[in-house]
Ligand binder design. Structure first.
Ligand code: HEC
Ligand code: HEC
Length: 251
């Protein structure tokens, strides 16, 4: 934690130096317009932990956030800001993110969310590790029975249910969030209606860590190929998991 605390301090310093100052009406600097504020805040603040392309960094336990829809970014940033997520110091990483959200103004968070949505999806690496020792077939069964009604057949998410896309997020991050829901570190605060849905799902239907890893392994197969063109990636996402057709063919 030592390194991370130091990192947080550095980032907080840079926020107060760059972003908060620039947005302070008392300081005679050119006020950033909505359009330029988002990219600037992203590069000076978010990129330090989430990476320059919003790809996430495992050593800082930060998820890939690139291409997340604005509606989900806004709900999560508000959750962090208002104490529905990251309220527990025993969960230091989420706590760190909550400190970030609290250090920025709501308008700044809105501007940066609009920018993050435009960042291209980053296909997570480490798939081999996520798949090791799992039963993807079992993961698929669980996903189809219990997850896709809200997250859709291809895990691309559904705004109407408040359920985010699970594509693009790293396997270790998805697993960690499922564990947080299951233990009430996320989603258990009284007014967190959407988080409460996941607390129920993980407690009723994910019996143990093996099952949890199985379903994450299946979700990883729904990601498009990293080296495919954006058009090809879009096509692969719509088609869903190649694992499904491989297993149907008797693999
Ligand atoms: C000091 C490091 C740090 C900085 C700076 C930071 N974050 Fe985070 N962020 C995290 C961590 C760690 C998590 C994972 C929290 C968890 O495990 O619940 C996170 C999680 C998130 C999530 C949740 C993603 C999801 O899938 O639910 C969003 C959205 C997010 N950050 C956006 C931002 C934005 C936008 C900025 C810039 C304003 C930013 N973060 C700056 C560390 C940081
Ligand atoms: C009843 C609808 C519903 C079902 C069924 C459901 N989810 Fe969710 N899920 C949600 C909602 C809503 C959220 C957003 C919670 C929030 O706002 O914090 C979410 C969030 C998540 C997250 C966090 C993503 C992130 O970026 O932090 C993961 C992981 C997840 N769900 C996985 C699953 C898995 C795996 C299943 C099946 C075992 C499942 N969900 C079933 C509605 C659902």
């Amino acid at each position: 934690m030592k390194i991370h605390r130091r990192h947080l301090t550095l980032v907080l310093l840079s926020i107060s130096g760059a972003v908060l100052h620039a947005a302070d009406p008392v300081v005679p600097v050119v006020a950033p317009t909505q359009a330029t504020a988002g990219p600037m805040i992203f590069q000076t603040v978010c990129a330090q932990c989430h990476g320059a392309a919003g790809e996430g960094k495992e050593e800082l336990k930060t998820p890939s956030i690139a291409s997340l829809p604005t509606w989900y970014l806004n709900t999560q940033l508000t959750n962090f800001r208002e104490g529905r997520r990251g309220h527990d110091a025993a969960d230091p990483y989420a706590f760190m993110m909550a400190a970030m959200a609290k250090a920025l103004q709501p308008e700044q968070l809105k501007a940066v969310a609009a920018h993050v949505e435009t960042l291209p999806l980053v296909v997570p690496t480490g798939k081999a590790r996520d798949m090791a020792g799992t039963n993807v077939q079992e993961g698929m069964r669980l996903f189809q029975e219990r997850c896709m009604e809200c997250h859709r057949y291809n895990a691309s998410g559904e705004m109407a249910f408040g359920s985010p896309p699970l594509l693009g997020r790293q396997g270790w991050y998805l697993a960690e969030q499922l564990r947080k829901f299951k233990t009430g570190k996320r989603g258990a605060v009284k007014n967190d209606v959407n988080g409460a849905k996941m607390v129920q799902i993980t407690n009723f239907f994910i019996e143990d860590d093996q099952m949890l890893r199985d379903v994450v392994a299946y979700i990883m197969t729904l990601n498009p190929e990293a080296n495919a063109s954006p058009e090809e990636q879009q096509k692969q996402i719509i088609e869903g998991s190649p694992f499904k057709s491989a297993s149907a063919a008797g693999q």
